[in-house]
Design a protein around this ligand. Structure first.
Ligand code: ADP
Length: 407
């Protein structure tokens, strides 16, 4: 489990455990409610009521003990589910999050044996271990409902200061999004590795052929070297895109926004891709009003324009036409790149912005490109407070529109 989650769980259960132990002790031994310490009672103290973990923790417990409402506020406001059992295994506390997670109403659960309420076998096993060994236990459980969710569970015995067991506590923290992120990262690493291996394997193959004798074949050696060059370029593009995507995601790429001309960006992108368009005999037109300015990042917007235009040219049939237009709608400007290429099937339209997703993997890999172009576009546009829209019909072409705040 992620060490941060363990730390968080430890801290949460530590606080709740301390608080509940203090409360239970007071109740069981019928101690008088302690008075608020001097430091907290003083109205001139600027830190009054502010608890600094590690500095005034004992005061915090005393204050919580003297103000049960505060404890209720904490338990009711916590995202983590908290479940407390007495020594006879009956539920004595179930906060609203625990009630939601376990799918049981508080009034139906209180006073019942936990086995009647907790239906998850993993959670039951964990509690059984705590009761048997008296040691804290942690683990992960999956709960299936409308959507599957994963929870980190921390269960422990609840002991008084004298070490007497006064029950058990379970804290449940939703770690579904953390798990999803970890999986996404793992998938990304697997995809990058696969994508890098393809050109590398080809390069190694050509080098081997050359060293095995093809180097003396004056007629063919140049073509082998050209293939090595092309695959090396592909490797370079991949690494550049991966690094760029990670820079954009980290927020280091776009630090500030400024007014940028939409028309100038389109013309610059066209200049950069002119030779590619000429080779493919694709005509490109930037039909954009001169005074259209958006609040953007100049280099970032150019990258967006180049990626969209590059795709439009790449997927257009030979002799095709690509048109870039812009429209103003109140405080926003929408720039569209329209082609008459093969179009994108409806079921793929929401997925083309994922890293390495390709509609037709082998055909599109041959067309060149890293499969990261649209992921870069989406991240850049979002960082510039805009959105990307795709409209496409198979066989009729595609239009990619980016909407940005007007400057
Ligand atoms: P790639 O480098 O493969 O072009 P992108 O992230 O730019 O990667 O695009 C993802 C996929 O979306 C492409 O592989 C292609 O299948 C599809 N796609 C993107 N733009 C177009 C377009 N203008 N016309 C048709 N398909 C497109």
């Amino acid at each position: 489990m992620n060490p941060w989650v363990i730390l968080l769980l430890g801290a949460v259960s530590g606080i709740v455990l301390g608080v509940v132990a203090t409360r239970s002790l007071r109740k069981t031994r019928d101690l008088p409610v302690p008075s608020i310490p001097e430091t907290l009672a003083s109205t001139t103290d600027p830190l009054r009521g502010i608890f600094i973990p590690g500095r005034n923790f004992p005061e915090m417990l005393e204050r919580l003990g003297s103000d049960e409402n505060l404890l209720d506020v904490i338990l009711n406001g916590m995202h983590e589910g908290v479940l407390i059992l007495n020594p006879a295994d009956r539920i004595v506390l179930l906060n609203p999050s625990a009630s939601r997670i376990l799918g049981v109403k508080e009034e139906e659960a209180l006073g019942k044996n936990y086995l009647e309420v907790v239906r998850h076998p993993g959670l039951v096993d964990l509690l059984a271990l705590v009761k048997r060994d008296g040691k804290s236990q942690s683990g992960e459980i999956e709960m299936s409902g409308v959507e599957e969710r994963v929870f980190a569970v921390n269960a422990d015995g609840l002991r008084s200061k004298e070490g007497v067991t006064i029950g058990s506590i379970v804290v449940l923290a939703d770690i579904t999004s953390v798990k999803r992120l970890v999986k996404m990262r793992a998938d990304f690493v697997a995809n990058v590795t696969h994508e890098l291996k393809t050109p590398l394997t080809a390069i190694l193959g050509y080098v081997e052929t050359l060293t095995d004798g093809a180097i003396d074949d004056a007629k063919n050696r140049k073509s082998f070297l050209q293939k090595i060059e092309a695959q090396s370029q592909r490797l370079n593009e991949l690494i550049t895109d991966v690094l760029e995507l990670s820079r954009i995601e980290s927020g280091r790429y776009i630090e500030s926004l400024e007014p940028v001309s939409v028309r100038k960006t389109c013309q610059l992108a066209h200049d950069l891709l002119r030779s590619k368009a000429e080779v493919r005999k694709v005509s490109v037109e930037c039909d954009i009003a001169e005074d259209f300015m958006v609040l953007a990042h100049e280099e970032g917007l150019l990258r967006v324009g180049v990626n969209l235009l590059d795709n439009a040219i790449k997927y257009s049939p030979e002799g095709g036409e690509v048109k870039v237009t812009a429209e103003r709608d109140g405080e926003q400007i929408a720039m569209s790149v329209k082609d008459k290429g093969p179009g994108i099937p409806l079921e793929s339209q929401s997925r083309i912005f994922e890293r390495f997703y390709r509609v037709e993997a082998s055909r599109n890999r041959r067309a060149g490109g890293t499969g990261l172009g649209l992921a870069i576009v989406k991240h850049l546009v979002e960082r510039m407070n805009g959105e990307v829209i795709v409209e496409s019909r198979e066989g009729k072409g595609s239009t990619f529109t980016i909407v940005l705040p007007a400057a």
